[in-house]
Design a protein around this ligand. Structure first.
Ligand code: ADP
Length: 192
């Protein structure tokens, strides 16, 4: 069963492709952004702590996110296959995920990165913000999220490249084109 994650800038299409990929492989799609927005909507303690940071484009602290994700991955039982979107997003989160994987005896098969130029990301989000109503989709906040991505998340590409599991995919073009590239990249690896 596939255990993969998407590592790409905001607006690169992680959600769109993540849902499709999970469906195709019959595994769960887990988006930390969706999980956090759900906490915010339900006004849970985590939601209350995270709301301001999310609205201003900052990351939610590592310990809170790690706890939320690992809880979802292990309770009531270990999730056997998944596509993760939005986690890990920092080196600390990646290390926590690695240690956890060692503990439960699983590893990621693939980390899929979607390369999209910054101008294209901004163009896409301007379109998306018209109907998403997301508080963090204003252009200024979005640009800040891109900066946060470059500073804290982009270094993870090297982390996973050096482990030999990074699949670098061109994220430009139509949804179907990107989907076909992802399928082709995954066809090259072994999924146990
Ligand atoms: P995008 O990929 O478009 O930035 P997400 O829905 O993945 O959007 O995330 C929205 C916000 O949720 C982020 O800007 C951040 O505040 C918070 N968030 C999501 N995942 C994480 C994470 N792994 N670590 C810290 N914060 C996170």
């Amino acid at each position: 069963m596939l255990r993969a994650l998407f590592l790409a800038a905001p607006g690169a299409g992680k959600g769109t492709q993540g849902v499709r990929l999970a469906e195709k492989h019959g595994v769960v799609y887990l988006s930390t952004g969706d999980m956090l927005r759900d906490h915010v909507a339900r006004e849970t303690p985590l939601g209350k702590a995270a709301a301001g940071m999310m609205a201003s484009g900052e990351l939610v602290p590592d310990d809170l996110v790690v706890e939320m994700v690992l809880e979802r991955m292990t309770k009531p039982s270990l999730v056997p296959g998944y596509v993760l979107d939005g986690f890990p997003r920092t080196i600390q989160q990646a290390e926590a995920a690695y240690l956890w994987g060692r503990e439960v005896g699983t590893t990621f098969h693939a980390v899929i990165s979607l390369a999209v130029p910054r101008e294209e990301l901004i163009r896409r989000v301007v379109e998306r913000s018209r109907d998403s109503g997301r508080a963090d989709d204003s252009v200024e906040t979005f640009e800040h999220r891109l900066d946060v991505y470059d500073e804290l998340t982009e270094p993870l590409l090297d982390f996973y490249r050096s482990r030999g599991i990074l699949l670098e995919v061109d994220g430009t073009g139509s949804i179907a084109e990107v989907e076909a590239r992802i399928d082709a990249a995954l066809a090259e690896i072994t999924i146990d």
